[in-house]
Design a protein around this ligand. Sequence first.
Ligand SMILES: Cc1cc2nc3c(=O)[nH]c(=O)nc-3n(C[C@H](O)[C@H](O)[C@H](O)COP(=O)(O)OP(=O)(O)OC[C@H]3O[C@@H](n4cnc5c(N)ncnc54)[C@H](O)[C@@H]3O)c2cc1C
Length: 569
Amino acid sequence: MAAMLLLNPKRPLPLPLDPKSRELVEKTIAFFETKGKSALRRDDLERVWYADFLAFVKKEKLFATFLTPSAYGAASRWDTYRNAALNEVLAFYGLPYWYAWQVTILGLGPFWMSGNEAAKKETARLLEDGGIFGFGLSEKEHGADIYSTGMQLVPAGAGTYVARGDKYYIGNGNEAARLSVFGKIAGTDEYVFFAVDPKRPEYELVRNVVASQSYVAEFVLHDYPITEAEILLRGPAAWDAALNTVNVGKYNLGWGSIGIATHAFYEAIRHAANRRLYGMAVTEFPHVKRMFTEAYARLVAMKLFALRASDYFRSASREDRRYLLFNPVVKMKVTTEGEKVIDLLWDVIAAKGFEKDTYFEMAARDIRALPKLEGTVHVNIALIVKFMKNYFFAAAPYPDVSRRDDPSDDAFLWDQGPAKGLGKIRFQDFAPVFAARNEPNVAVFREQTALFREMLMRATPTEEQGKDVDFSLVVGELFTLVVYAQLVLENAKLLGEQGANPDLVDQIFDVFVRDFSRHAVDLYTKPASTDAQMEYTLKMVRKPVHDAARYERVWAKVHALKDAYEMNP
Ligand SMILES: Cc1cc2nc3c(=O)[nH]c(=O)nc-3n(C[C@H](O)[C@H](O)[C@H](O)COP(=O)(O)OP(=O)(O)OC[C@H]3O[C@@H](n4cnc5c(N)ncnc54)[C@H](O)[C@@H]3O)c2cc1C
Protein backbone atom coordinates (compact mmCIF):
# COMPACT_ATOMS: atom_id res chain seq x y z
CA MET A 1 0.00 0.00 0.00
CA ALA A 2 1.27 3.43 -0.94
CA ALA A 3 1.22 6.58 1.12
CA MET A 4 2.36 5.16 4.38
CA LEU A 5 3.37 8.67 5.35
CA LEU A 6 -0.20 9.95 5.28
CA LEU A 7 -2.40 9.52 8.32
CA ASN A 8 -5.10 6.91 7.81
CA PRO A 9 -7.16 6.42 10.96
CA LYS A 10 -8.15 2.94 9.80
CA ARG A 11 -4.54 1.82 9.80
CA PRO A 12 -1.72 1.92 12.36
CA LEU A 13 -0.24 5.38 12.84
CA PRO A 14 2.27 6.08 10.07
CA LEU A 15 5.12 7.16 12.35
CA PRO A 16 6.51 5.64 15.53
CA LEU A 17 5.31 6.88 18.93
CA ASP A 18 6.00 5.59 22.42
CA PRO A 19 3.18 3.32 23.69
CA LYS A 20 1.51 5.85 26.02
CA SER A 21 1.44 8.60 23.40
CA ARG A 22 0.24 6.20 20.74
CA GLU A 23 -2.55 5.04 23.00
CA LEU A 24 -3.71 8.62 23.59
CA VAL A 25 -3.57 9.53 19.89
CA GLU A 26 -5.49 6.35 19.05
CA LYS A 27 -8.07 7.12 21.72
CA THR A 28 -8.51 10.56 20.18
CA ILE A 29 -9.10 8.95 16.79
CA ALA A 30 -11.57 6.54 18.40
CA PHE A 31 -13.40 9.45 20.03
CA PHE A 32 -14.04 11.04 16.65
CA GLU A 33 -14.77 7.81 14.78
CA THR A 34 -17.30 6.87 17.46
CA LYS A 35 -18.87 10.28 17.21
CA GLY A 36 -19.15 9.71 13.48
CA LYS A 37 -19.34 11.97 10.47
CA SER A 38 -23.00 12.95 10.72
CA ALA A 39 -22.68 14.12 14.34
CA LEU A 40 -19.41 15.88 13.47
CA ARG A 41 -21.12 17.75 10.66
CA ARG A 42 -24.26 18.49 12.65
CA ASP A 43 -22.21 20.08 15.44
CA ASP A 44 -20.30 22.10 12.89
CA LEU A 45 -23.40 23.36 11.09
CA GLU A 46 -25.22 24.13 14.32
CA ARG A 47 -22.07 25.64 15.84
CA VAL A 48 -22.25 23.52 18.96
CA TRP A 49 -19.55 24.28 21.56
CA TYR A 50 -17.42 21.11 21.71
CA ALA A 51 -18.15 20.18 25.32
CA ASP A 52 -18.00 16.44 24.42
CA PHE A 53 -14.45 16.83 23.13
CA LEU A 54 -13.37 18.83 26.16
CA ALA A 55 -14.88 16.18 28.44
CA PHE A 56 -12.76 13.62 26.59
CA VAL A 57 -9.68 15.85 26.97
CA LYS A 58 -10.33 16.06 30.70
CA LYS A 59 -11.03 12.37 31.18
CA GLU A 60 -7.92 11.25 29.31
CA LYS A 61 -5.77 14.13 30.67
CA LEU A 62 -4.89 14.70 27.05
CA PHE A 63 -3.72 18.30 27.16
CA ALA A 64 -2.15 17.79 30.60
CA THR A 65 -0.04 14.93 29.24
CA PHE A 66 0.96 16.60 25.98
CA LEU A 67 1.28 20.21 27.07
CA THR A 68 2.95 20.16 30.49
CA PRO A 69 6.76 20.30 30.45
CA SER A 70 8.30 17.39 32.39
CA ALA A 71 9.47 19.73 35.14
CA TYR A 72 5.85 20.43 36.08
CA GLY A 73 4.13 17.09 35.55
CA ALA A 74 4.86 13.57 36.66
CA ALA A 75 3.76 11.83 33.45
CA SER A 76 4.05 14.63 30.94
CA ARG A 77 6.46 16.23 28.54
CA TRP A 78 6.32 18.84 25.79
CA ASP A 79 7.47 16.96 22.73
CA THR A 80 7.01 18.73 19.41
CA TYR A 81 7.19 15.46 17.49
CA ARG A 82 4.31 13.78 19.29
CA ASN A 83 2.39 17.05 19.48
CA ALA A 84 2.53 17.10 15.69
CA ALA A 85 0.78 13.72 15.61
CA LEU A 86 -2.05 15.02 17.77
CA ASN A 87 -2.18 18.28 15.80
CA GLU A 88 -2.71 16.31 12.63
CA VAL A 89 -5.41 14.07 14.09
CA LEU A 90 -7.39 16.98 15.55
CA ALA A 91 -7.39 18.92 12.28
CA PHE A 92 -8.20 15.73 10.38
CA TYR A 93 -11.54 15.78 12.20
CA GLY A 94 -12.10 19.51 12.15
CA LEU A 95 -10.44 22.86 12.59
CA PRO A 96 -12.51 23.83 15.69
CA TYR A 97 -11.12 20.90 17.71
CA TRP A 98 -7.63 21.73 16.54
CA TYR A 99 -8.19 25.39 17.39
CA ALA A 100 -9.13 24.63 21.03
CA TRP A 101 -5.79 22.84 21.35
CA GLN A 102 -3.84 25.43 19.38
CA VAL A 103 -4.94 28.41 21.44
CA THR A 104 -4.31 26.40 24.60
CA ILE A 105 -0.73 25.99 23.36
CA LEU A 106 -0.44 29.72 22.67
CA GLY A 107 -2.00 30.59 26.01
CA LEU A 108 0.45 28.34 27.81
CA GLY A 109 3.53 29.85 26.14
CA PRO A 110 3.92 32.88 28.43
CA PHE A 111 3.23 30.70 31.49
CA TRP A 112 5.93 28.17 30.64
CA MET A 113 8.32 31.01 29.73
CA SER A 114 7.65 32.85 32.97
CA GLY A 115 9.82 32.81 36.08
CA ASN A 116 6.65 32.87 38.22
CA GLU A 117 6.89 29.39 39.73
CA ALA A 118 3.60 29.57 41.61
CA ALA A 119 1.73 30.49 38.42
CA LYS A 120 3.41 27.61 36.58
CA LYS A 121 2.45 25.08 39.23
CA GLU A 122 -1.09 26.36 39.19
CA THR A 123 -1.12 26.07 35.39
CA ALA A 124 -0.06 22.43 35.62
CA ARG A 125 -2.83 21.81 38.13
CA LEU A 126 -5.44 23.50 35.93
CA LEU A 127 -4.34 21.40 32.94
CA GLU A 128 -4.58 18.29 35.08
CA ASP A 129 -8.17 19.30 35.84
CA GLY A 130 -8.95 19.45 32.14
CA GLY A 131 -8.57 23.22 31.75
CA ILE A 132 -8.06 24.91 28.40
CA PHE A 133 -6.13 28.15 27.91
CA GLY A 134 -6.11 31.23 25.69
CA PHE A 135 -3.66 33.83 24.39
CA GLY A 136 -4.68 37.48 24.59
CA LEU A 137 -2.38 39.24 22.18
CA SER A 138 -4.51 40.71 19.38
CA GLU A 139 -6.55 43.87 19.61
CA LYS A 140 -9.28 45.11 17.34
CA GLU A 141 -7.56 48.30 16.25
CA HIS A 142 -4.00 47.08 15.92
CA GLY A 143 -3.86 43.74 14.07
CA ALA A 144 -0.28 42.71 13.32
CA ASP A 145 1.07 45.92 14.92
CA ILE A 146 1.59 44.70 18.46
CA TYR A 147 3.87 47.66 19.24
CA SER A 148 0.64 49.65 19.48
CA THR A 149 -0.96 47.39 22.09
CA GLY A 150 -3.55 49.37 24.08
CA MET A 151 -4.22 47.03 27.03
CA GLN A 152 -2.81 48.67 30.16
CA LEU A 153 -1.87 47.75 33.70
CA VAL A 154 -2.46 50.89 35.70
CA PRO A 155 -0.49 51.04 38.99
CA ALA A 156 -2.86 50.98 41.98
CA GLY A 157 -0.32 51.22 44.82
CA ALA A 158 1.62 48.69 46.89
CA GLY A 159 2.75 46.73 43.84
CA THR A 160 -0.79 46.19 42.57
CA TYR A 161 -2.42 47.22 39.31
CA VAL A 162 -5.76 47.32 37.56
CA ALA A 163 -5.97 45.99 34.01
CA ARG A 164 -7.89 48.17 31.59
CA GLY A 165 -8.57 47.51 27.95
CA ASP A 166 -10.02 45.14 25.43
CA LYS A 167 -8.82 42.24 23.33
CA TYR A 168 -10.21 40.87 20.11
CA TYR A 169 -9.99 37.47 18.33
CA ILE A 170 -9.08 35.57 21.51
CA GLY A 171 -9.74 31.87 21.20
CA ASN A 172 -11.26 30.00 24.18
CA GLY A 173 -12.04 33.39 25.78
CA ASN A 174 -15.36 31.96 26.98
CA GLU A 175 -14.16 28.89 28.85
CA ALA A 176 -10.41 29.17 29.42
CA ALA A 177 -9.12 28.34 32.89
CA ARG A 178 -6.65 31.19 32.35
CA LEU A 179 -5.65 33.59 29.60
CA SER A 180 -2.16 35.00 29.19
CA VAL A 181 -2.76 38.64 28.29
CA PHE A 182 -0.27 41.06 26.71
CA GLY A 183 -0.26 44.73 27.64
CA LYS A 184 1.82 47.68 28.77
CA ILE A 185 2.40 49.18 32.20
CA ALA A 186 0.75 52.61 32.19
CA GLY A 187 3.24 55.42 32.53
CA THR A 188 6.34 53.48 31.52
CA ASP A 189 5.00 51.60 28.46
CA GLU A 190 6.92 48.57 29.67
CA TYR A 191 5.54 45.41 28.06
CA VAL A 192 3.91 42.85 30.34
CA PHE A 193 2.20 39.48 30.23
CA PHE A 194 -0.27 38.72 33.01
CA ALA A 195 -2.68 35.93 33.87
CA VAL A 196 -6.41 36.50 33.67
CA ASP A 197 -9.21 34.33 35.01
CA PRO A 198 -12.32 34.78 32.83
CA LYS A 199 -14.55 33.85 35.76
CA ARG A 200 -13.71 37.01 37.68
CA PRO A 201 -16.39 39.75 37.67
CA GLU A 202 -14.11 42.39 36.10
CA TYR A 203 -13.82 40.22 32.96
CA GLU A 204 -16.54 41.04 30.44
CA LEU A 205 -17.02 38.50 27.67
CA VAL A 206 -18.46 40.72 24.96
CA ARG A 207 -19.20 38.27 22.15
CA ASN A 208 -18.00 35.59 19.82
CA VAL A 209 -16.54 37.43 16.84
CA VAL A 210 -16.92 34.45 14.49
CA ALA A 211 -19.77 32.17 13.46
CA SER A 212 -18.21 28.83 14.34
CA GLN A 213 -18.10 26.07 16.93
CA SER A 214 -15.04 27.81 18.29
CA TYR A 215 -15.33 30.83 20.53
CA VAL A 216 -13.11 33.65 19.29
CA ALA A 217 -13.74 36.26 21.91
CA GLU A 218 -13.88 39.95 22.23
CA PHE A 219 -13.39 40.70 25.91
CA VAL A 220 -12.92 43.76 28.09
CA LEU A 221 -11.09 44.06 31.40
CA HIS A 222 -12.77 46.62 33.63
CA ASP A 223 -10.22 47.58 36.27
CA TYR A 224 -9.41 43.90 36.70
CA PRO A 225 -7.15 43.70 39.80
CA ILE A 226 -3.66 42.32 39.26
CA THR A 227 -1.03 41.57 41.89
CA GLU A 228 2.57 40.46 41.39
CA ALA A 229 1.30 36.88 41.70
CA GLU A 230 -0.45 37.26 38.34
CA ILE A 231 2.41 38.93 36.49
CA LEU A 232 4.15 36.44 34.24
CA LEU A 233 6.76 38.48 32.37
CA ARG A 234 7.82 42.12 32.10
CA GLY A 235 9.84 44.34 29.79
CA PRO A 236 11.88 42.82 26.95
CA ALA A 237 11.15 39.32 28.34
CA ALA A 238 7.42 39.91 27.81
CA TRP A 239 8.02 41.12 24.25
CA ASP A 240 10.25 38.13 23.50
CA ALA A 241 7.66 35.79 25.01
CA ALA A 242 5.01 37.13 22.63
CA LEU A 243 7.20 36.37 19.61
CA ASN A 244 8.63 33.14 21.01
CA THR A 245 5.15 31.82 21.80
CA VAL A 246 4.09 32.58 18.25
CA ASN A 247 7.20 30.67 17.06
CA VAL A 248 5.73 27.60 18.76
CA GLY A 249 2.19 28.19 17.53
CA LYS A 250 3.32 28.87 13.99
CA TYR A 251 4.73 25.41 13.76
CA ASN A 252 1.35 23.85 14.54
CA LEU A 253 -0.45 25.71 11.78
CA GLY A 254 1.20 23.54 9.16
CA TRP A 255 -0.20 20.44 10.83
CA GLY A 256 -3.63 21.99 10.88
CA SER A 257 -3.38 22.20 7.09
CA ILE A 258 -1.93 18.71 6.72
CA GLY A 259 -4.73 17.14 8.77
CA ILE A 260 -7.47 18.94 6.86
CA ALA A 261 -5.98 18.29 3.43
CA THR A 262 -5.40 14.60 4.17
CA HIS A 263 -9.01 13.93 5.15
CA ALA A 264 -10.28 15.95 2.19
CA PHE A 265 -7.98 13.99 -0.10
CA TYR A 266 -9.45 10.62 0.94
CA GLU A 267 -12.97 11.89 0.55
CA ALA A 268 -12.29 13.41 -2.85
CA ILE A 269 -10.51 10.45 -4.40
CA ARG A 270 -13.11 8.04 -3.09
CA HIS A 271 -15.86 10.10 -4.68
CA ALA A 272 -14.10 10.66 -8.01
CA ALA A 273 -12.85 7.11 -8.46
CA ASN A 274 -16.27 5.64 -7.77
CA ARG A 275 -18.22 8.12 -9.91
CA ARG A 276 -18.82 7.14 -13.51
CA LEU A 277 -19.46 9.63 -16.29
CA TYR A 278 -19.74 8.75 -20.00
CA GLY A 279 -19.10 5.12 -19.11
CA MET A 280 -15.83 5.72 -17.29
CA ALA A 281 -14.56 6.64 -13.85
CA VAL A 282 -13.92 10.35 -13.33
CA THR A 283 -10.34 9.45 -12.36
CA GLU A 284 -9.72 8.28 -15.92
CA PHE A 285 -9.81 11.86 -17.25
CA PRO A 286 -6.21 12.93 -17.87
CA HIS A 287 -6.68 16.28 -16.15
CA VAL A 288 -8.22 14.58 -13.10
CA LYS A 289 -5.27 12.20 -12.88
CA ARG A 290 -2.96 15.17 -13.09
CA MET A 291 -4.81 17.08 -10.38
CA PHE A 292 -4.86 14.17 -7.95
CA THR A 293 -1.22 13.38 -8.59
CA GLU A 294 -0.27 16.99 -8.00
CA ALA A 295 -2.44 17.24 -4.87
CA TYR A 296 -0.83 14.10 -3.53
CA ALA A 297 2.71 15.29 -4.32
CA ARG A 298 2.00 18.61 -2.60
CA LEU A 299 0.52 16.87 0.44
CA VAL A 300 3.44 14.50 0.91
CA ALA A 301 5.86 17.42 0.54
CA MET A 302 3.94 19.37 3.20
CA LYS A 303 4.34 16.51 5.60
CA LEU A 304 7.99 15.85 4.78
CA PHE A 305 8.82 19.50 5.34
CA ALA A 306 6.84 19.91 8.56
CA LEU A 307 8.39 16.78 10.05
CA ARG A 308 11.87 17.90 9.15
CA ALA A 309 11.27 21.35 10.61
CA SER A 310 10.40 19.58 13.87
CA ASP A 311 13.84 17.96 13.88
CA TYR A 312 15.44 21.41 13.69
CA PHE A 313 13.07 22.89 16.26
CA ARG A 314 13.75 20.10 18.73
CA SER A 315 17.50 20.34 18.22
CA ALA A 316 17.59 24.13 18.50
CA SER A 317 19.68 26.04 21.01
CA ARG A 318 20.79 29.62 21.52
CA GLU A 319 23.63 28.73 19.13
CA ASP A 320 21.48 26.98 16.50
CA ARG A 321 18.44 29.14 15.75
CA ARG A 322 17.73 27.87 12.24
CA TYR A 323 14.17 27.06 13.33
CA LEU A 324 13.49 30.78 13.13
CA LEU A 325 13.55 30.40 9.35
CA PHE A 326 11.98 26.95 9.13
CA ASN A 327 8.99 27.64 11.42
CA PRO A 328 7.75 30.65 9.43
CA VAL A 329 8.11 28.49 6.32
CA VAL A 330 5.90 25.86 7.96
CA LYS A 331 3.48 28.65 8.70
CA MET A 332 3.32 30.37 5.37
CA LYS A 333 4.29 27.68 2.91
CA VAL A 334 2.74 24.51 4.30
CA THR A 335 -0.54 26.31 4.97
CA THR A 336 -0.73 27.87 1.50
CA GLU A 337 0.16 24.51 -0.03
CA GLY A 338 -2.83 23.14 1.90
CA GLU A 339 -5.01 25.68 0.12
CA LYS A 340 -3.63 24.52 -3.23
CA VAL A 341 -4.39 20.89 -2.39
CA ILE A 342 -7.98 21.76 -1.57
CA ASP A 343 -8.30 23.88 -4.74
CA LEU A 344 -7.12 20.97 -6.88
CA LEU A 345 -9.42 18.48 -5.17
CA TRP A 346 -12.39 20.81 -5.33
CA ASP A 347 -11.93 21.35 -9.05
CA VAL A 348 -12.35 17.59 -9.40
CA ILE A 349 -15.23 16.89 -7.06
CA ALA A 350 -17.05 20.10 -7.99
CA ALA A 351 -20.65 20.07 -6.69
CA LYS A 352 -19.92 17.34 -4.16
CA GLY A 353 -17.71 19.75 -2.27
CA PHE A 354 -20.77 21.85 -1.35
CA GLU A 355 -22.72 19.03 0.24
CA LYS A 356 -23.37 19.63 3.90
CA ASP A 357 -22.74 16.05 4.98
CA THR A 358 -19.21 15.94 3.57
CA TYR A 359 -16.03 16.68 5.49
CA PHE A 360 -14.92 18.49 2.37
CA GLU A 361 -17.37 21.33 2.76
CA MET A 362 -15.77 22.16 6.12
CA ALA A 363 -12.27 21.67 4.75
CA ALA A 364 -12.88 24.07 1.85
CA ARG A 365 -13.88 26.76 4.34
CA ASP A 366 -11.39 26.06 7.11
CA ILE A 367 -8.22 25.56 5.07
CA ARG A 368 -8.34 29.33 4.40
CA ALA A 369 -7.90 30.16 8.08
CA LEU A 370 -4.44 28.73 8.58
CA PRO A 371 -2.43 31.12 6.41
CA LYS A 372 -4.09 34.03 8.19
CA LEU A 373 -3.50 33.10 11.83
CA GLU A 374 -0.38 33.86 13.85
CA GLY A 375 0.69 36.58 11.50
CA THR A 376 -0.37 36.66 7.89
CA VAL A 377 1.55 35.11 5.00
CA HIS A 378 2.94 38.57 4.22
CA VAL A 379 4.25 39.12 7.72
CA ASN A 380 5.97 35.75 7.58
CA ILE A 381 7.52 36.26 4.15
CA ALA A 382 8.80 39.63 5.32
CA LEU A 383 10.46 37.70 8.14
CA ILE A 384 11.78 34.93 5.90
CA VAL A 385 13.48 37.39 3.53
CA LYS A 386 15.76 38.51 6.39
CA PHE A 387 17.51 35.14 6.24
CA MET A 388 18.12 35.07 2.49
CA LYS A 389 21.54 36.68 2.36
CA ASN A 390 23.10 34.34 4.88
CA TYR A 391 21.34 31.29 3.46
CA PHE A 392 22.78 31.86 -0.02
CA PHE A 393 26.06 33.60 0.67
CA ALA A 394 27.33 32.83 4.18
CA ALA A 395 26.96 29.11 4.79
CA ALA A 396 28.38 27.80 8.06
CA PRO A 397 29.27 24.28 9.15
CA TYR A 398 26.88 22.54 11.55
CA PRO A 399 26.70 18.91 12.60
CA ASP A 400 23.84 17.24 10.69
CA VAL A 401 20.54 17.29 12.56
CA SER A 402 19.23 13.76 12.91
CA ARG A 403 15.62 12.56 13.00
CA ARG A 404 14.08 13.63 16.29
CA ASP A 405 11.34 11.16 17.09
CA ASP A 406 12.79 10.47 20.54
CA PRO A 407 10.43 10.89 23.51
CA SER A 408 12.20 13.84 25.13
CA ASP A 409 11.06 17.15 26.58
CA ASP A 410 11.66 20.24 24.44
CA ALA A 411 12.77 22.52 27.26
CA PHE A 412 14.43 25.01 24.89
CA LEU A 413 11.02 26.19 23.65
CA TRP A 414 10.58 28.07 26.94
CA ASP A 415 14.10 29.46 26.89
CA GLN A 416 14.47 30.73 23.33
CA GLY A 417 16.06 33.98 24.48
CA PRO A 418 15.95 37.39 22.82
CA ALA A 419 13.93 37.42 19.62
CA LYS A 420 16.43 39.70 17.82
CA GLY A 421 19.58 38.99 15.85
CA LEU A 422 17.92 37.18 12.94
CA GLY A 423 20.42 38.56 10.45
CA LYS A 424 23.23 36.75 12.29
CA ILE A 425 21.72 33.27 11.92
CA ARG A 426 23.65 31.09 9.48
CA PHE A 427 22.75 27.89 7.64
CA GLN A 428 24.46 24.80 6.35
CA ASP A 429 25.29 24.88 2.66
CA PHE A 430 22.13 23.75 0.89
CA ALA A 431 23.86 22.79 -2.37
CA PRO A 432 25.07 19.28 -1.35
CA VAL A 433 21.51 18.30 -0.40
CA PHE A 434 20.39 18.94 -3.98
CA ALA A 435 23.58 17.63 -5.58
CA ALA A 436 23.13 14.25 -3.91
CA ARG A 437 19.96 13.47 -5.89
CA ASN A 438 19.64 11.99 -9.36
CA GLU A 439 16.01 12.79 -10.17
CA PRO A 440 15.74 14.81 -13.41
CA ASN A 441 13.42 17.40 -11.91
CA VAL A 442 15.72 17.96 -8.95
CA ALA A 443 18.38 18.76 -11.55
CA VAL A 444 16.12 21.31 -13.26
CA PHE A 445 15.26 22.86 -9.90
CA ARG A 446 18.96 23.04 -9.07
CA GLU A 447 19.53 25.08 -12.23
CA GLN A 448 16.66 27.40 -11.39
CA THR A 449 18.05 27.90 -7.89
CA ALA A 450 21.52 28.66 -9.26
CA LEU A 451 20.06 31.32 -11.55
CA PHE A 452 18.13 32.87 -8.68
CA ARG A 453 21.27 33.00 -6.57
CA GLU A 454 23.18 34.52 -9.48
CA MET A 455 20.47 37.13 -9.89
CA LEU A 456 20.77 38.04 -6.22
CA MET A 457 24.52 38.41 -6.72
CA ARG A 458 24.70 40.19 -10.08
CA ALA A 459 21.36 42.00 -10.27
CA THR A 460 21.02 42.44 -6.51
CA PRO A 461 17.69 43.91 -5.42
CA THR A 462 18.31 47.51 -4.42
CA GLU A 463 17.56 48.98 -1.03
CA GLU A 464 14.52 50.65 -2.55
CA GLN A 465 13.27 47.33 -3.96
CA GLY A 466 13.82 45.80 -0.52
CA LYS A 467 11.49 48.38 0.98
CA ASP A 468 8.85 47.65 -1.68
CA VAL A 469 7.00 44.85 0.10
CA ASP A 470 5.08 43.97 -3.06
CA PHE A 471 8.39 43.25 -4.80
CA SER A 472 10.15 41.54 -1.92
CA LEU A 473 7.21 39.21 -1.29
CA VAL A 474 7.82 37.58 -4.67
CA VAL A 475 11.56 37.34 -4.04
CA GLY A 476 10.56 35.79 -0.71
CA GLU A 477 8.36 33.20 -2.44
CA LEU A 478 11.28 32.10 -4.63
CA PHE A 479 13.61 31.90 -1.65
CA THR A 480 11.03 30.02 0.42
CA LEU A 481 10.66 27.42 -2.28
CA VAL A 482 14.40 26.67 -2.16
CA VAL A 483 14.31 26.25 1.62
CA TYR A 484 11.18 24.13 1.36
CA ALA A 485 12.72 21.90 -1.29
CA GLN A 486 15.90 21.49 0.75
CA LEU A 487 14.12 20.13 3.82
CA VAL A 488 11.83 17.96 1.70
CA LEU A 489 14.93 16.32 0.22
CA GLU A 490 16.59 15.97 3.60
CA ASN A 491 13.56 14.12 4.90
CA ALA A 492 13.12 12.04 1.76
CA LYS A 493 16.60 10.77 2.53
CA LEU A 494 15.99 10.25 6.25
CA LEU A 495 12.62 8.53 5.84
CA GLY A 496 13.58 6.60 2.73
CA GLU A 497 10.81 4.64 1.00
CA GLN A 498 8.33 5.59 3.67
CA GLY A 499 8.79 9.26 2.94
CA ALA A 500 9.10 9.49 -0.81
CA ASN A 501 10.75 7.08 -3.22
CA PRO A 502 12.67 8.53 -6.20
CA ASP A 503 9.52 8.47 -8.37
CA LEU A 504 7.65 10.56 -5.88
CA VAL A 505 10.58 12.89 -5.27
CA ASP A 506 10.72 13.51 -9.03
CA GLN A 507 6.96 14.12 -9.08
CA ILE A 508 7.23 16.55 -6.17
CA PHE A 509 9.99 18.41 -7.99
CA ASP A 510 7.86 18.50 -11.14
CA VAL A 511 5.53 20.64 -9.01
CA PHE A 512 8.40 22.69 -7.58
CA VAL A 513 9.83 23.44 -11.04
CA ARG A 514 6.45 24.72 -12.18
CA ASP A 515 5.96 26.77 -9.02
CA PHE A 516 9.42 28.27 -9.35
CA SER A 517 8.65 29.22 -12.97
CA ARG A 518 5.37 30.81 -11.92
CA HIS A 519 7.01 32.95 -9.24
CA ALA A 520 9.75 33.91 -11.70
CA VAL A 521 7.10 35.19 -14.13
CA ASP A 522 5.50 37.06 -11.26
CA LEU A 523 8.81 38.75 -10.47
CA TYR A 524 9.26 39.60 -14.15
CA THR A 525 5.93 41.43 -14.18
CA LYS A 526 6.52 43.50 -11.04
CA PRO A 527 6.71 47.24 -11.75
CA ALA A 528 9.98 47.47 -9.81
CA SER A 529 11.93 44.69 -11.57
CA THR A 530 14.93 45.92 -13.57
CA ASP A 531 15.94 44.78 -17.08
CA ALA A 532 18.76 42.66 -15.66
CA GLN A 533 16.45 41.01 -13.16
CA MET A 534 13.84 40.40 -15.86
CA GLU A 535 16.42 38.69 -17.99
CA TYR A 536 17.26 36.32 -15.14
CA THR A 537 13.64 35.60 -14.34
CA LEU A 538 13.00 34.54 -17.94
CA LYS A 539 15.88 32.09 -17.70
CA MET A 540 14.37 30.70 -14.51
CA VAL A 541 11.18 29.71 -16.31
CA ARG A 542 11.66 26.02 -16.99
CA LYS A 543 9.54 23.10 -18.01
CA PRO A 544 9.63 20.01 -15.80
CA VAL A 545 10.96 16.78 -17.29
CA HIS A 546 7.99 14.61 -18.11
CA ASP A 547 8.53 10.88 -17.71
CA ALA A 548 5.36 9.03 -18.66
CA ALA A 549 6.35 5.78 -16.95
CA ARG A 550 7.22 7.50 -13.68
CA TYR A 551 4.02 9.51 -13.78
CA GLU A 552 1.93 6.36 -14.27
CA ARG A 553 3.69 4.61 -11.40
CA VAL A 554 2.99 7.51 -9.06
CA TRP A 555 -0.60 7.75 -10.28
CA ALA A 556 -1.16 4.04 -9.62
CA LYS A 557 -0.18 4.61 -5.99
CA VAL A 558 -2.39 7.65 -5.72
CA HIS A 559 -5.33 5.85 -7.30
CA ALA A 560 -4.88 2.95 -4.88
CA LEU A 561 -6.00 5.30 -2.10
CA LYS A 562 -9.52 5.45 -3.51
CA ASP A 563 -11.04 3.18 -0.89
CA ALA A 564 -8.37 3.59 1.78
CA TYR A 565 -10.41 5.58 4.26
CA GLU A 566 -13.92 6.71 4.95
CA MET A 567 -15.02 8.16 8.28
CA ASN A 568 -17.56 6.17 10.26
CA PRO A 569 -21.05 7.49 9.55
C1 LIG B 1 -10.32 32.82 13.73
C2 LIG B 1 -9.24 33.66 14.35
C3 LIG B 1 -8.69 33.30 15.55
C4 LIG B 1 -7.69 34.08 16.16
N1 LIG B 1 -7.21 33.71 17.39
C5 LIG B 1 -6.37 34.55 18.04
C6 LIG B 1 -6.01 34.29 19.41
O1 LIG B 1 -6.43 33.31 20.03
N2 LIG B 1 -5.20 35.18 20.03
C7 LIG B 1 -4.71 36.28 19.41
O2 LIG B 1 -3.98 37.03 20.02
N3 LIG B 1 -5.03 36.55 18.09
C8 LIG B 1 -5.85 35.72 17.42
N4 LIG B 1 -6.22 36.00 16.11
C9 LIG B 1 -5.70 37.21 15.46
C10 LIG B 1 -4.74 36.93 14.31
O3 LIG B 1 -3.53 36.47 14.80
C11 LIG B 1 -4.64 38.20 13.46
O4 LIG B 1 -5.66 38.03 12.53
C12 LIG B 1 -3.32 38.37 12.77
O5 LIG B 1 -2.36 38.76 13.70
C13 LIG B 1 -3.36 39.41 11.65
O6 LIG B 1 -4.02 40.55 12.05
P1 LIG B 1 -5.18 41.10 11.12
O7 LIG B 1 -5.91 39.94 10.54
O8 LIG B 1 -5.99 42.08 11.88
O9 LIG B 1 -4.43 41.82 9.90
P2 LIG B 1 -3.81 43.29 9.88
O10 LIG B 1 -2.81 43.41 10.96
O11 LIG B 1 -4.92 44.30 9.87
O12 LIG B 1 -3.07 43.31 8.51
C14 LIG B 1 -3.61 43.92 7.31
C15 LIG B 1 -2.73 43.60 6.12
O13 LIG B 1 -1.44 44.18 6.31
C16 LIG B 1 -0.43 43.20 6.13
N5 LIG B 1 0.69 43.45 7.06
C17 LIG B 1 0.61 43.84 8.36
N6 LIG B 1 1.85 43.94 8.89
C18 LIG B 1 2.73 43.63 7.92
C19 LIG B 1 4.17 43.53 7.86
N7 LIG B 1 4.93 43.80 8.93
N8 LIG B 1 4.73 43.14 6.70
C20 LIG B 1 3.97 42.82 5.62
N9 LIG B 1 2.60 42.90 5.62
C21 LIG B 1 2.00 43.29 6.74
C22 LIG B 1 -1.11 41.89 6.45
O14 LIG B 1 -0.50 40.80 5.78
C23 LIG B 1 -2.52 42.10 5.94
O15 LIG B 1 -2.60 41.79 4.57
C24 LIG B 1 -7.22 35.24 15.50
C25 LIG B 1 -7.77 35.60 14.27
C26 LIG B 1 -8.77 34.84 13.70
C27 LIG B 1 -9.36 35.27 12.40
